[in-house]
Design a binder for this molecule. Structure first.
Ligand code: F6R
Length: 366
């Protein structure tokens, strides 16, 4: 049932082009000038009335939420707060009948996320679930649901569930933007067309597998890793660090690249690998200057960059080049090398990749 792959995690990494295509299929409509979310249960009038959105989740799903904030604030111009479920539920959150609470959960059974949903609905908020497991508790108890069509995810470390969550949030941001009048039809067409190219571009990144495996071999003995990104890549830095921690047991931290000089820079020496997420975007120059600061202190740099931009970086220890894509979708593409790097490091270390110690697929205790 691993379909010839050595681990479920690897199989699920490779399933992403298909999982994303399935999550998008049938949802792009009207010559691509809008999207249709069948379980949303919120009409345009309701979508216009919200004055604040909360995204609430745990772990990897929370990282997806952090990326969703960028998408929704940019395309729908409504304030979004992202919170960890176990924090949100205990602080008497400011929820009114004009608040939309988006719960993200692969399993749909995470205890803290379910409790946050109940807390928010109890205060009169509307709840929208983004779940992978059909008819799960969080999906059932919410007012509306967007299912990710990732298919069953067996590996404990989330991969295809995460990238399909990013796609679901992108679709939601488009729908909100259309309903609220902040996104015009032409721009929506451009954004949906870019989305339709995503599976093919992920396939191109998967072709880098062997190269990433070689990088993993070079760096597998490090005791710590630092992951840095700015803007919508900061959550991907967090996610890259989490993947590595979970399955290879190497300590790793994700940071916004601009925060490095406020503390983590003290960690940098010739032992420390620093993974830089540097896609082509408005902050690339700033990320490159952070990269130079690391190099000046003899840190070991692993950079992920958009093709054609490699020479902007100068010298690095390892370079991973991904295809160009619009900035709104770059987080999805950049996630793939993060998954493969963590996977190969773990395999070299000989850990139980699909069943890492101390972890459960679905966390039903608080
Ligand atoms: C990380 C991972 C966990 C889950 C978290 C939430 O790879 O799998 O961090 O993301 O336990 O689980 P769900 O999404 O099922 O609510």
């Amino acid at each position: 049932e691993k379909g010839g792959y050595r681990h479920f995690m690897l199989k699920e990494i490779y399933e992403q082009p298909r999982a994303i295509a399935d999550t998008v299929a049938s949802r792009v409509k009207d010559g691509h000038s809008d999207v249709y979310l069948e379980g949303l249960q919120l009409d345009d009038e309701q979508l216009r009335q919200f004055d604040r959105l909360y995204v609430v989740a745990c772990g990897t799903s929370w990282h997806a939420g952090l990326t969703g904030k960028f998408l929704i604030e940019k395309l729908a111009r409504v304030p979004v707060e992202v919170d960890i479920a176990s924090e949100f539920r205990y602080r008497d959150p400011l929820v009114t009948d004009r608040t939309l609470i988006i719960l993200i959960s692969q399993s749909g059974e995470t205890a803290d996320t379910l409790a946050a949903l109940r807390e928010a609905r109890g205060k009169g908020g509307k709840a929208l679930a983004i779940c992978n497991v059909v008819e799960s508790s969080i999906a059932r108890e919410s007012d509306g649901v967007i299912y990710t069509h990732a298919g069953p995810e067996i590996g404990v470390a989330s991969t295809k569930a995460f990238t399909t969550q990013l796609v679901a949030l992108y679709l939601l941001a488009l729908r909100l933007g259309r309903a609220r009048g902040t996104l015009d039809a032409q721009r929506c067409i451009e954004l949906t067309e870019a989305l339709l190219t995503l599976p093919r571009k992920i396939e191109e990144v998967l072709e880098l597998d062997e190269q990433i495996e070689a990088i993993a071999k070079t760096f597998m003995s490090a005791s710590d890793f630092l992951y840095l990104g700015r803007g919508n890549q900061y959550p991907i830095a967090l996610e890259g660090a989490l993947k590595l921690k979970e399955i290879s047991y190497i300590h790793a931290e994700g940071y916004p690249a601009g925060e490095m000089k406020h503390g983590p820079i003290a960690l940098i020496d010739e032992q420390l690998p620093v993974v830089f997420l540097c896609p082509r975007n408005e902050t690339l120059e700033k990320v490159v200057s952070n990269l130079e600061e690391v190099r000046a202190r003899d840190g070991r740099v692993i950079a992920v960059v958009t093709e054609g931009q490699e020479n902007l970086l100068g010298e690095v220890d390892a370079l991973i080049t991904v295809p160009d894509i619009i900035d709104e979708l770059a987080p999805v593409l950049m996630s793939i090398p993060m998954q493969l790097l963590a996977y190969h490091v773990a395999v070299f270390k000989g850990t139980d990749v699909d069943q890492p110690r101390n972890l459960a697929k679905s966390v039903t205790v608080e």
